[in-house]
Design a protein around this ligand. Structure first.
Ligand code: SAJ
Length: 416
């Protein structure tokens, strides 16, 4: 196997992965259909905000070993790192980008090449979708090699996790596994475990499904805590003292492009109740928070609500699938005046304004994202409010401090 790698898709995972390969002595061509991304990269501009990525990509480009292009070209290895969005009409994976990347590869595929899928897909996608496209004259296993090497990196700490986490590689055969392992060993310091294609696809989905189901359990507890007049947060903290228990945390819902989506890929065309119910519970959380707000504001005419946090999780600038989106929709349906502030997010479907302007004249403050800035929030940051009510859906502010200053603080799941 030679040294040239072609990475298809220069997004949140493709770009860091391409740069890591290039830093570790491979010649890498990054291919993206978005001309703006290609132009930016070739000018040395990095459009993703990730710790260390800017320097890494710039170094890769100036070394001459990484170039971005709009068209695929011949290589020894092809890595598919394109998005696999959810088709929300039927809760199934939309594989159009995986299919078009496979078609592109087919046009330049040669004997001895290795094709690696990084994108998250439903079980059997490599076998039933990708291989049939690629097998146009060439035979998988004898003429070319194929594997699935799902990423496991958390947005916000992508590079560190790409380098240090263990990894799973599922191959069509032993040779596909071994060639892929050799390649990733150049930057991956974690252990690499080998298996077959469909097991690797399923393991990736199960990791995120485990988290989704576990969060649903915490959210269910938050809802039933009202009946027992207890705090779900304290119950979880205490239950987690057990050495084999790790209950996750309740919140206003599950956002991001992985955990709220991958469980659907796993249950496509099945009657898997638990996973579907967990999705339903987590999806119900923005409405649950909305009901708490409505109850609080039932006597206020034309209320003004201030949402603190548009990002789907703390300390990132990413608002994709954020529970804030659904919550704001529900409030706006009531014709309430909603303002949104977030110290990290730059572009969002509602205007993002500074905190002082956002809280000015507010009847209710709702904390949706537990950014580190909000952990440090103090009553003097909210002097402009009209009505001293804070709904903390992440249990992140110092409740006592606010209560001392006359605020009413309602923490999701805390009914003590
Ligand atoms: N959340 C809760 N309660 C919790 C934990 C999370 O409500 O106890 C919410 C967060 O607020 C957020 C959402 O869940 O809205 C998802 O956030 P996350 O940090 O759990 O996960 P992601 O989507 O940023 O990244 C996940 C990671 N998967 C796991 O931790 C199993 C990451 O390792 C994967 O690489 C990534 O999905 C992916 O690309 O699949």
């Amino acid at each position: 196997m030679g040294d040239k790698i072609c990475v298809l898709g220069l997004g949140y995972m493709g770009l860091p992965t391409a740069s890591l390969f290039s830093k570790n002595c491979y010649d890498v061509v990054g291919v993206d259909v978005d001309k703006n991304k290609v132009d930016s990269l070739n000018k040395g501009e990095v459009y993703i905000d990730e710790k260390g990525l800017n320097e890494l990509v710039k170094g890769a480009i100036s070394s001459g070993r990484f170039t971005a292009k709009g068209e695929i070209e011949e290589a020894d290895v092809f890595i598919i790192a394109v998005p696999t969005p959810l088709d929300k009409k039927n809760n199934k994976a939309d594989l159009k980008y995986v299919i078009s990347a496979s078609e592109m590869i087919k046009s330049v595929l040669k004997k001895g090449n290795l094709v690696i899928l990084e994108s998250t897909v439903p079980p059997n996608t490599c076998k039933n979708v990708i291989i049939p496209i690629l097998e146009d004259g060439l035979k998988a296993g004898s003429d070319f090699f194929i594997s699935h090497c799902p990423e496991r990196a958390i947005p916000g700490n992508t590079l560190h996790e790409l380098i240090n986490n263990d990894r799973i590689i599922g191959g069509l055969d032993e040779e596909s596994c071994n060639k892929t392992k050799k390649l990733y060993s150049c930057f991956c310091k974690g252990d690499i475990f080998l298996t077959d294609l469909t097991t690797a696809e399923t393991a990736k989905l199960m990791e995120n499904t485990y988290r989704d189901v576990n969060i649903a359990l915490a959210n269910e507890l938050a809802k039933i805590s009202e009946k027992f007049k207890i705090s779900a947060w304290e119950v979880i903290e205490l239950a987690n003292k057990h050495p084999r228990v790790n209950i996750h945390l309740p919140g206003p819902g599950v956002g991001g492009h992985c955990i709220a989506i991958d469980p659907w890929f796993l249950v496509e065309n099945t009657d898997a109740d638990l996973i579907k119910t967990a999705r339903k519970i987590n999806d119900s959380m923005p409405n649950h928070v909305f009901k708490i707000i409505s109850e609080e504001l039932k006597d206020v005419k034309n209320p003004k609500i201030t949402v603190l946090g548009a990002a789907y999780k703390p300390d990132v600038d990413d608002p994709r699938e954020s529970p804030a989106i659904e919550l704001i929709k529900l409030c706006e349906k009531e014709k309430w005046n909603v303002s949104v502030t977030d110290p990290h997010v730059k572009s969002f479907e509602s205007d993002i304004i500074g905190i002082d302007e956002a809280v000015d004249g507010a009847d209710c403050i709702v904390i949706v994202t537990d950014h580190k800035e909000y952990h440090k929030l103090s009553p003097k940051d909210l002097v402009g409010v009209k009505n001293k009510v804070v709904i903390d859906s992440r249990n992140c502010i110092d409740k006592r401090k606010f209560e001392k200053e006359g605020f009413k603080v309602i923490v999701l799941g805390d009914y003590r």
